[in-house]
Design a protein around this ligand. Structure first.
Ligand code: SF4
Length: 316
C-alpha cells in the first residue's frame, strides 16, 4: 500500500516539476533553510486528510504538501507506519522570489554651480540681479509685466522654491503673493517663522502665459540664476514646491510622489520636495502630507511649531 502511494506521489511530483520547468523554473537545488510559508496541496489530495477528491481511493497513510517559500518544498509526512521520507526543497526562480523594493537613487545635480571648482567667485544677489537685467533670454519675457526675482532673507537657512510667477506675482514683482502665496505664508507661520525669515523664489522669473508650466527650454535658460541664488544663500534646507521645482533641482523626470516626504541631497544640502500650494488649493486633503513634510523640515532646523505664529496654526 505504502509503495503504491509513494509511487503515485512520485508521479504527481514529477508532473508538477515538469510543469515548473515549462513555465521557466528549471533551477532546482537542495535548501533546507526556509520551510515556513503557506502550503498548497498536490492536485487530487486534500491537505492533511489523505482523502482523494476525485477517485474515492483512500490515502490514509500520507499527506502531500507543497510549501511555497523562498523555495518550494514537497514533503511526504506519514501519519503512523510509513518511514519518514525526506523533504525535497525546490527553490523558486528569481522572478518568483519576494521582490526587494528598489532604493531610489536620484542623480546628483549636474549643474556646475554646485561644483566647488566651478563656483562663481564673489557672486552675490546684486550681481545675479544685475546679470538678469531686463532679460530677454527666453520667450517668457514677451508676456511678463515684472521680473520676479525673489523675496525674503538672502541669508536664510530655509529656502522655498516654486515653479514661476502667476498673475499677482507678475503684477507686484514678488513671488507667492496670490492665493497660493497666502497659503504658503500660512504654512511658514505655522512653522513658527515669518516670510521675512525665509527666502522665496522660483525656477523661472517671468510669468508663463495662462499660468502654464514653464517649458524645458525656459527652465534651462532661467534656472542657472536660481542655482546661483541658492549657492549664494547657502541654506541648510531647500523646500521644492511642486514637481517643476523638484524635478529641476534634482534633475529627474520622476513624479514628485516618488520622492515627496523623503530627504534628498542637493549639492550637499538637504532638499524636501512637497506639493505646491496651488495644488493644495485644488486638493485640500493633500495639506496633511505637506504638513508632515514641513514638520520634518522643522525638526531639521530645530524649530518648534507656532513659536511666532498667531492664528495660522496648522494650514487649514
Ligand atoms: Fe530671462 Fe528667466 Fe525671464 Fe526667461 S524667465 S526672460 S530667462 S528672467
Amino acid at each position: 500500500m505504502a509503495d503504491r502511494i509513494s509511487e503515485s506521489l512520485q508521479q504527481k511530483l514529477s508532473a508538477r516539476l515538469a510543469f515548473y520547468k515549462d513555465i521557466g523554473i528549471d533551477l532546482f537545488y537542495r535548501d533546507r533553510t526556509s520551510m515556513s510559508r503557506p502550503t498548497a496541496s498536490i492536485e487530487g489530495l486534500s491537505p492533511r486528510t489523505g482523502e482523494s477528491r476525485d477517485s474515492g481511493v483512500e490515502y490514509s497513510a500520507a499527506v502531500v504538501d507543497i510549501e511555497i517559500t523562498e523555495s518550494i518544498t514537497v514533503s511526504m509526512m506519514p501519519e503512523d507506519t510509513l518511514p519518514k521520507t525526506p523533504r525535497i526543497p525546490v527553490p523558486l526562480a528569481p522572478a518568483m522570489q519576494k521582490p526587494v523594493a528598489p532604493k531610489i537613487v536620484l542623480p546628483a545635480p549636474k549643474s556646475g554651480l554646485f561644483d566647488a571648482s566651478d563656483k562663481i567667485s564673489g557672486d552675490s544677489m546684486l550681481k545675479i540681479r544685475d546679470d538678469i537685467g531686463d532679460c530677454t533670454r527666453c520667450k517668457l519675457h514677451k508676456g511678463r509685466n515684472k521680473i520676479v526675482f525673489a523675496d525674503g532673507d538672502p541669508k536664510a537657512k530655509l529656502v522655498f522654491v516654486g515653479e514661476g510667477p502667476g498673475r499677482d506675482e507678475d503684477m507686484q514683482g514678488l513671488p507667492f503673493v496670490g492665493r497660493a502665496g497666502k497659503l504658503l505664508t500660512q504654512m511658514i507661520e505655522a512653522m513658527g517663522l515669518q516670510r521675512t525669515d525665509v527666502y522665496i523664489c522660483n525656477v523661472v522669473k517671468c510669468r508663463p502665459p495662462e499660468n502654464r508650466l514653464p517649458e524645458p527650454d525656459e527652465i534651462k535658460t532661467c534656472s542657472p540664476f536660481l542655482l546661483r541664488q541658492l549657492e549664494v544663500i547657502d541654506p541648510k534646507v531647500i523646500v521644492a514646491l511642486g514637481a517643476c521645482a523638484a524635478q529641476t533641482l534634482l534633475q529627474t523626470t520622476r513624479g514628485i510622489s516618488h520622492f515627496r516626504g523623503q530627504w534628498q541631497d542637493f549639492g550637499g544640502r538637504k532638499l524636501m520636495a512637497t506639493y505646491h500650494p496651488a495644488y493644495l488649493l485644488r486638493n485640500p486633503p493633500a495639506k496633511a502630507d505637506v504638513w508632515k513634510d514641513l514638520q520634518m523640515v522643522m525638526a531639521e532646523l530645530g524649530l518648534k511649531r507656532g513659536a511666532k505664529s498667531t492664528s495660522a496654526g496648522k494650514p487649514s
